[in-house]
Design a protein around this ligand. Structure first.
Ligand SMILES: N[C@@H](CCC(=O)N[C@@H](CS)C(=O)NCC(=O)O)C(=O)O
Length: 239
């Protein structure tokens, strides 16, 4: 029952989640929902997607998640899970093949601390774009973001690893990736010029099959982004 076009207010509620799969309530351009999609695809979990019109949400969606946010997961048993890191950790526990979080409590805590750090980085992507749209000088914000990238670069240098959790992709890479996929789209690609390890990480990530499976082209991202910044997002952009 996978569908691409979004469901809006007044649309019929989808029936119960079939027994052999999960359901993901999503939005095609949401970086947070992309985290969950990356984990679902990396693990080869069977799921259907229901995209939600986030400006005109169906009542049945708000009944499942009163916060009205995507990603939201629903199981055949009617369990509802939301907040991207929580959905991803849930998936990693319930589907233990191809574990993405480390087994060691300390290594797991380190990934969570890094995600906490990264949650202070993500607002910059939006603030810089809005500032530019308003004709403001965003050079200070760009310099701050560059400083944050330098810290991430330093982490890779210290660990001497290709990815943030070692030499294979782990959860923290998928948690951060959606924002890096959009660097060129938001014209911040130059911020990687002095962070070669981080730049190399982005190049490796682009090669990952799960990353490729949910990747939008720069043009498609740009098309969506234009409407989003203008306050008139077309959630079905490109369909
Ligand atoms: N903290 C949430 C953030 C999710 C989020 O902000 N999703 C946006 C779309 S990118 C959303 O659902 N917005 C709907 C709204 O704010 O009403 C997470 O990590 O899952």
């Amino acid at each position: 029952m996978s569908t691409e076009k979004c469901y809006s207010q007044g649309s019929a509620a989808p029936g119960p989640v079939p027994k052999d799969r999960l359901r993901l309530y999503s939005m095609r351009f949401c970086p947070f929902a992309q985290r969950t999609r990356l984990v679902l695809n990396a693990k080869g979990i069977k799921y259907d997607t229901i995209n939600i019109h986030l400006k005109n949400k169906p009542d049945w969606f708000l009944e499942k998640n009163p916060l009205g946010l995507v990603p939201t997961l629903e199981t055949p048993a009617g369990e509802v899970i939301y907040e991207s890191p929580i959905t991803c950790e849930y998936l990693d526990e319930v589907y233990p093949d191809k574990k993405l979080l480390p087994a060691s409590p300390y290594a797991k805590a380190q990934q969570k601390m890094m995600l906490e750090y990264f949650s202070k980085v993500t607002p910059y992507f939006y603030k810089i774009q809005v500032g530019r749209r308003n004709g403001e000088d965003v050079s200070k914000l760009e310099a701050e973001l560059k400083e944050k990238f330098a810290k991430l670069n330093e982490d890779l240098v210290k660990k001497k690893s290709k990815y943030f959790g070692g030499d294979t992709i782990t959860m923290i890479d998928y948690m951060m990736w959606p924002f890096f996929e959009r660097l060129e789209v938001v014209e911040l690609h130059h911020l990687l010029d002095d962070t070669p390890e981080l730049k190399k990480w982005t190049e490796c990530m682009f090669e990952d099959p799960a990353v490729k499976s949910v990747l939008h082209s720069v043009d498609t991202h740009r098309g969506f982004n234009k409407g989003y910044l203008a306050g008139t997002p077309n959630f079905d952009y490109g369909l």
